[in-house]
Design a protein around this ligand. Structure first.
Ligand SMILES: [Mg+2]
Length: 210
C-alpha cells in the first residue's frame, strides 16, 4: 500500500514557517498569515508566498537553526518504521520544507520512501524571500495520484493522513482518509479521526495495514 502523511500538524506538532519566523523575529506576522489562510481569506499559495517574503534576508545558519528545531511527534518514528517493515511505500507530502523534514527524520534515525515538499531558495547565504516547489500551486491529490501510479498502487490501496485544509484534496482521493486532530473544516471529509500516534497505530492494526 501507499501511505501518505502530511508533516506539520500531523507527523510533527511544529509549524516550520513559525519556527523560521521566530529566527527572523516575525513569528507574530507569520502566525497571522497562517490564521488567515486557515479561515480561507488567503489561498495556500498566497499565504506561503507572503510568509516567504517575510523571511527575506534570513541568514542560512538561522534557517538551519530553525530546521534543527523541527521534531517528529512521539510515536511518529515507530509508526513509519512499522509501515516500512510491513512493506508499504511511505511518503510525506508537505507544504513545508524538505530540509526541515529530512533533519527531523534523521534525528530519529528513520526514513521514508518519498518526500514531496517545497523549498526556500538561498542566495549569498540568505533566504531570497521566494518559495518554490511542487506543493505551492500544486495540490496533494495530484501528488498522491502521481505517486500511486509511479509506485504501481491503485487508489483503493492508498491511505492519506492529514490535519489541514491543504490536505483535503488528498483525503478526498485516498482509499482511506485519516484525520489527525483535523481542523473543523477537514473533519467531515475524514473516514476516521485519530488524536495520537498510538491511536493511528491501532487503526492500522485494525485495518490490517499493520
Ligand atoms: Mg498540516
Amino acid at each position: 500500500m501507499l501511505i501518505a502523511f502530511d508533516f506539520d500538524g500531523t507527523l510533527s506538532d511544529s509549524e516550520m514557517t513559525v519556527l523560521l519566523g521566530e529566527e527572523a523575529g516575525v513569528a507574530g506576522e507569520i502566525d497571522e498569515i497562517t490564521e488567515r489562510a486557515m479561515n480561507d481569506e488567503l489561498s495556500y499559495a498566497e499565504s506561503l508566498y507572503a510568509r516567504a517574503e517575510l523571511l527575506d534576508g534570513l541568514a542560512a545558519d538561522r534557517v538551519e537553526a530553525a530546521f534543527d528545531r523541527v521534531a517528529l511527534r512521539p510515536g511518529s518514528a515507530d509508526v513509519i518504521d512499522a509501515l516500512a517493515s510491513a512493506g508499504h511505500h511511505v511518503a510525506i507530502l508537505t507544504g513545508g520544507f524538505e530540509r526541515g523534514v529530512e533533519k527531523a527524520l534523521s534525528v530519529e534515525g528513520v526514513s521514508v520512501d518519498t518526500i514531496v515538499a517545497n523549498r526556500l531558495p538561498i542566495r549569498n547565504r540568505k533566504l531570497t524571500g521566494h518559495a518554490e516547489g511542487p506543493l505551492i500551486e500544486g495540490t496533494k491529490d495530484d501528488a498522491l495520484e502521481e505517486l500511486a501510479s509511479e509506485v504501481g498502487v491503485g487508489m483503493d490501496d492508498t491511505v492519506a493522513v492529514g490535519d489541514g485544509a491543504n490536505d483535503l484534496p488528498m483525503l478526498e482521493v485516498a482509499g482511506l482518509a485519516v484525520g489527525y486532530e483535523p481542523k473543523p473544516a477537514v473533519e467531515p471529509h475524514c473516514d476516521v479521526v485519530v488524536s495520537s500516534m498510538a491511536e493511528l497505530r491501532e487503526l492500522f492494526e485494525r485495518r490490517n495495514v499493520l
